[in-house]
Design a protein around this ligand. Structure first.
Ligand SMILES: Nc1ncnc2c1ncn2[C@@H]1O[C@H](COP(=O)(O)OP(=O)(O)OP(=O)(O)O)[C@@H](O)[C@H]1O
Ligand SMILES: [Mg+2]
Length: 357
């Protein structure tokens, strides 16, 4: 059982504050994914939870017990670093045994745990090898195994797949999902990869510049982003944001046409959010937003057409793979009224639509 409460956590390095007050509840057995731009404080927060660095302010509770003064080795938390950090002169067995022995486990227990872990991670054939004799994916599995033999209640993984090629990434990703299912611990996982975040997470925490922007399930973040930061961070290609003004029932783009979308929020100027699957392209000029094709990305099962709108915004539209649009071709953009997002033009907060009268 491992339930975590982070309360008002701040971190300062010399005079620079990099975490500005993090409040977060993580439930037992939850798989939580931290995402956010480089430098926003993800690794720093993991290190504070693991106890590797002291926090400047705030409190971390594990199952209701304050952990601030508890040393890392007594927290029941294991961290897998992005860089693996395996001991190069030790073989796979020794790499896994080392931490377990430091915990004071006897020889038989260490052996039992390593046997169990190597079976789970399919490392049996590799026990006598040194790290340099392993592939990237195998090293990653050893790093995870080394954390597992400690039987942590909480598992922290900092971009564990970032050094792997695409095929291995998806293989190890499945292994991590299975591992979470099998061991049932609480996991906090940092990634830059949208697919990992969306597929693994029960809950995604979107961070930006030392603060949490939004916490929610993958579906909540995708369907109801709290602001333009989350809206453009989650989802690929990025959501297009377009400044529009209201003219009666229609939304007007500067110099480039208008559309009707039904229910609108209160106010007269908005930032309209369009995901690639919420827009339809028609050839030539017509009723809608005017634009010009810039280029097309063909992906086999579908294609993305990038369109420069009259106000200069670049819009991504998902199309059928055999809808070929030529560069410079004039197009009209129409939207699916049920799939648009509205944000405040001032501060980017999500606005709710009001039922049409
Ligand atoms: N030991 C340190 N001393 C001073 N500043 C630090 C230290 N460690 C991290 N920082 C700063 O804290 C901020 C957050 O860093 P952190 O490593 O947590 O970012 P991150 O979100 O993990 O980024 P990335 O996605 O690139 O790994 C950065 O501005 C970084 O330069
Ligand atoms: Mg980091």
């Amino acid at each position: 059982m491992a339930q975590l409460s982070l309360r008002g956590i701040k971190k300062r390095f010399r005079n620079t504050e990099v975490l500005h007050g993090i409040d977060l509840e993580i439930g037992d057995r939850e798989f939580v994914v931290f995402v956010g731009p480089s430098g926003c404080g993800k690794s720093t927060l993991l290190r504070l939870i693991a106890g590797l660095d002291p926090m400047t302010d705030g409190e971390f509770l594990l199952n209701g017990r304050r952990m601030n003064e508890v040393p890392p080795s007594r927290r029941g938390i294991a961290m897998v670093f992005q860089s693996y950090a395996l001991y190069p002169h030790m073989d796979v067995y020794e790499n896994m045994a080392f931490g377990a022995r430091l915990m004071g486990l006897d020889k038989a227990e260490v052996e039992r745990r390593i046997a169990e872990t190597t079976r789970m991670l399919r490392l049996e054939e590799l026990l006598q090898r040194k790290p340099r004799e392993l592939s990237g994916g195998q090293r990653q599995r050893v790093a995870i195994g080394r954390a597992l033999v400690r039987k942590p209640e909480v598992f922290l993984l900092d971009e564990p797949l970032s050094n792997l090629d695409a095929a291995l990434r998806s293989e190890v990703r499945l292994e991590i999902a299975r591992l979470h299912h099998d061991i049932g611990g609480t996991m906090i996982y940092v990634t830059h990869d949208q697919v990992e975040a969306m597929t693994l997470a029960d809950k995604i925490v979107v961070m930006n510049a030392g603060r949490i922007e939004q916490v929610g399930s993958p579906r909540e973040l995708y369907e109801t982003p709290a602001n333009t930061f989350v809206a453009t961070f989650i989802g690929s290609p990025r959501m297009t944001l377009l400044d529009v003004t209201r003219d009666g029932e229609r939304l007007v783009m500067a110099d480039g046409g208008s559309i009707a979308v039904g229910a609108l929020p209160a106010g007269s100027a908005f930032r309209l959010g369009l995901r690639s699957d919420a827009v339809r392209l028609a050839r030539g000029q017509g009723d809608g937003f005017a634009g010009q094709v810039v280029y097309t990305e063909y992906l086999g099962d579908n294609a993305y057409v990038y369109v420069r709108l009259a106000d200069g915004t670049l819009l991504a539209a998902r199309t059928a793979p055999n809808d070929s649009f030529a560069p410079d071709e004039p197009v009209t953009v129409r939207v699916d009224p049920g799939s648009v997002h509205f944000f405040s033009a001032e501060d980017g907060r999500r606005l709710t639509q009001q039922a049409a009268e």
